[in-house]
Write a protein that binds this ligand. Structure first.
Ligand code: NAP
Length: 354
């Protein structure tokens, strides 16, 4: 098992400007790592200023920017040179009118380019891939608790075979989930003969503080919380009803570093990042109530439709999962759900986005 420390040379992070990528970089810098932060365009102050502001830390850690694009072969060669580890958090996540097939194919193209550059560097010992809980979830009865042993594609006979590979081209969610699961399997296989170990991080609903206005992407969970804090109905799921299973973006950042340095992780290790316990699993109406308690100055919190006695309709009880393995094997220390929700709202207030 290869353990990596900040004495082993730089480490690279793809998607460093993004919501999750930025918290990965911050955590690494605070732990004294030299970070080669890969962004598409260094001249975009709105996307990189918060990264450059991390330089000068007492920890001795630092950030250097590198331009790279996931769709260009060899684009990451310079950034990965002499790196002991690569954390691959960048992704074109498919919210720009791509077809499901393009989402699926794009994920493979992107990931294989990054893996090729990592292999070429010759120095990379650990490759941490930001997969998704989507690579775990699949049809199960309400209340089922998913673990890292679950894979998207299990139990394919349920729901008339909807989650089979045949349906990748027909449905964006299936395409995204299968792309993440099959990318994981491809990376573990590449790592076997490639002289490095690959580990995957599987986040569920990521919320928590934003570092810049660009982290407020229109399709994101944090953006849904912003809308709820603005008194608007929650927009993504049917009638606003869903089970939020939340993990703090700061914990997601920390978990990527722990997966990179830990001797307990090895090739093929995967870690769900979700609620620590049921306090972080809230139906939309429960989330509304928590937000109302935490932000008493806000007159109306949006969410799902309510009747006098409670929610107007029941919500399907899924997905349930806990980040137990990340805590026990990697030593992840998590924030409480109230701390996470408070920090999310406060960051929106500080960015004047409410
Ligand atoms: N947020 C969640 O709840 C969640 C849950 C599960 C998994 N994930 C996974 O976590 C990862 C990061 O997501 P996020 O929430 O942090 O999203 P995000 O804020 O949109 O970050 C995506 C990053 O990818 C970069 N990127 C996009 N297209 C690129 C390209 N063609 N070449 C190079 N870089 C490109 C973006 O760079 P630019 O700044 O240049 O656009 C950005 O830094 C993704 O793999 C996502 O699937 C997220």
């Amino acid at each position: 098992m290869s353990e990596i420390s900040n004495a082993d040379g730089p480490v690279a992070v793809t998607g460093a400007s993004g919501y999750i990528g930025s918290w990965i970089v911050k955590d690494l810098v605070e732990q004294g790592f030299q970070v080669n932060a890969c962004v598409r365009d260094q001249s975009r102050a709105d996307k990189v200023d918060h990264l450059l502001a991390m330089n000068g830390s007492d920890s001795g850690g630092s950030v250097s920017l590198f331009n790279a694009d996931l769709f260009e072969p060899g684009s990451y060669n310079a950034a990965f040179s002499q790196c002991s580890a690569v954390i691959h958090a960048g992704a074109a996540v498919g919210y720009n009118k791509e077809t499901p097939q393009q989402v699926y194919d794009g994920c493979f193209t992107e990931v294989s380019h990054v893996v090729e550059s990592a292999k070429l560097a010759g120095s990379v010992r650990r490759f941490v891939f930001t997969s998704s809980f989507a690579a775990v979830g699949h049809p199960r009865p309400p209340g089922y608790v998913f673990t890292e042993a679950d894979w998207c594609g299990d139990n394919v006979e349920a729901y008339k075979g909807a989650w089979s590979d045949d349906n990748i081209a027909k449905n964006r969610d299936i395409a995204y989930a299968k792309a993440k699961a099959n990318s994981e399997k491809m990376i573990y296989a590449q790592a076997e003969g490639g002289g490095f170990e690959a580990v995957a991080i599987l986040p569920l609903h990521v919320v928590g503080p934003l570092m810049c206005a660009n982290h407020d992407q229109g399709w994101s969970w944090q953006n849904c919380i912003r809308f709820m804090l603005m008194g608007k109905p929650y927009r993504i799921s049917r009638d606003g009803r869903m089970l939020w299973n939340m993990v703090d973006v700061r914990d997601v950042g920390q978990a990527h570093r722990l997966a990179m340095v830990s001797g307990n992780a090895g090739n093929g290790s995967r870690y769900i990042l979700s609620a620590t316990d049921p306090s972080g699993e809230l139906f939309t109406w429960q989330l509304q109530a928590r937000l109302a308690a935490l932000f008493p100055e806000i007159e109306q919190i949006g969410g799902e439709e309510m009747a006098v006695s409670g929610p107007a309709q029941p919500t399907y009880d899924s997905p349930r999962a806990y980040c137990e393995l990340a805590r026990s094997e990697l030593g992840l220390v998590t924030h409480s759900i109230d701390d996470t929700l408070l920090a999310t709202g406060r960051s929106y207030q500080e960015l004047s986005l409410l």
